[in-house]
Design a protein around this ligand. Structure first.
Ligand SMILES: *[C@@H]1O[C@H](CO)[C@@H](O)[C@H](O)[C@H]1NC(C)=O
Ligand SMILES: *[C@@H]1O[C@H](CO)[C@@H](O)[C@H](O)[C@H]1NC(C)=O
Ligand SMILES: *[C@@H]1O[C@H](CO)[C@@H](O)[C@H](O)[C@H]1NC(C)=O
Ligand SMILES: *[C@@H]1O[C@H](CO)[C@@H](O)[C@H](O)[C@H]1NC(C)=O
Ligand SMILES: *[C@@H]1O[C@H](CO)[C@@H](O)[C@H](O)[C@H]1NC(C)=O
Ligand SMILES: *[C@@H]1O[C@H](CO)[C@@H](O)[C@H](O)[C@H]1NC(C)=O
Ligand SMILES: *[C@@H]1O[C@H](CO)[C@@H](O)[C@H](O)[C@H]1NC(C)=O
Length: 258
């Protein structure tokens, strides 16, 4: 009797901590181009550093994830879906996925392409390659999560985004529907946010003043958090994401943080 009560108290404590951090141990593996990748300038590049956290001890970019959550950024500068496979990068992603799954971890794999695919082929070519990636990830026990391209921060004079990535975002959405994966619509949400904060604040997130594609350290923090928020919306209360209510408030309400 006493033992049973004691056990339910222990269980009660466990449930309290489980509501803060989920019970299922989870890992993240990131697949994509430079708008996800760790950049060549420390803490810069894509949203991956802001989402995973930087390995630089002096970094401004804390992780969006609970301590101890593996977050392996295998994204590569300049990659198309085709080059990522052909140069062996995707094999590195698959090896990491296999290793995380083998540890008994729920392994979520983000896939975000488009910025370079758009330079070489119509959207359907990227779509076919995304489908192959989704199947290969699932075959290893990983869980693919398709992500639409981060917008470029190139504005028309009237303050709207000059969007060339739309057809590649639409293709990603189509593949997510066909393959029944989770979808994080970073493209739409990043356009909404940068149009709300306007060109000056949006360009303060650029890696260099005229680089409307890559992010500086503040940009990775903002868009890493946007990814975390989109994950939280798509997998409610399932993932080991650390809340950042102030930044989420700013993003949701179109307020510049920097
Ligand atoms: C990211 O790249 C920087 C150099 O550009 C390097 O110092 C850092 O260790 C890299 N981080 C990861 C997680 O690979
Ligand atoms: C998709 O992969 C094929 C090889 O399987 C490649 O020929 C094609 O260029 C790739 N498409 C893109 C947009 O990278
Ligand atoms: C990736 O791994 C597969 C299976 O081991 C192999 O057939 C393929 O050649 C590898 N790709 C590259 C580019 O090394
Ligand atoms: C803004 O300007 C662009 C380019 O001239 C135009 O295509 C677009 O329709 C305009 N949008 C609005 C909301 O006025
Ligand atoms: C996830 O979303 C819910 C509902 O909006 C919110 O209460 C919670 O704080 C969010 N969690 C994180 C980690 O942002
Ligand atoms: C939110 O935006 C305000 C106004 O720009 C800024 O002072 C604050 O630091 C931002 N909060 C976060 C957490 O980024
Ligand atoms: C990031 O924001 C902080 C606080 O506003 C600022 O001091 C710093 O210069 C910014 N970093 C970059 C690279 O713009």
């Amino acid at each position: 009797m006493f033992q049973q009560v004691a056990r339910s108290i222990v269980l009660g404590c466990f449930l309290v901590s489980a509501s803060a951090f989920p019970r299922v141990p989870t890992s993240f593996v990131l697949v994509g181009d430079s708008t996800t990748a760790n950049g060549t300038v420390l803490d810069s590049g894509g949203w991956g550093n802001g989402f995973c956290g930087s390995t630089n001890p002096a970094a401004l970019t804390p992780s969006s994830l609970a301590p101890g959550t593996p977050c392996i950024n295998t994204a590569k500068n300049g990659a198309t879906t085709g080059s990522f496979v052909a140069d062996g990068s995707f094999n590195i992603s698959l090896a990491n996925i296999k290793a995380e799954v083998a540890k008994g971890r729920r392994t979520l794999v983000t896939i975000q392409f488009g910025h370079n695919d758009m330079k070489i082929a119509p959207p359907e070519s990227m779509g076919a390659n995304l489908t192959t990636m989704v199947n290969q990830i699932r075959a290893l026990g990983g869980e693919p999560v398709l992500v639409t391209s981060l917008t470029r921060r190139t504005f028309f004079d009237n303050g709207t985004i000059q969007d060339l990535l739309g057809p590649w975002a639409d293709e990603t959405i189509l593949i997510a529907q066909q393959q029944q994966t989770h979808l994080l619509d970073l493209h739409a949400h990043s356009i909404t946010y940068v149009e709300a904060i306007g060109p000056d604040a949006a360009h303060r997130l650029n890696r260099s003043p005229d680089d409307n594609t890559h992010l500086n350290e503040n940009g990775t923090i903002v868009f890493g958090r946007l990814l975390a928020d989109l994950f939280n919306a798509s997998f409610p209360s399932q993932l080991p994401i650390i809340p950042n209510p102030g930044l989420t408030f700013n993003i949701t309400n179109g307020i510049p943080s920097y």
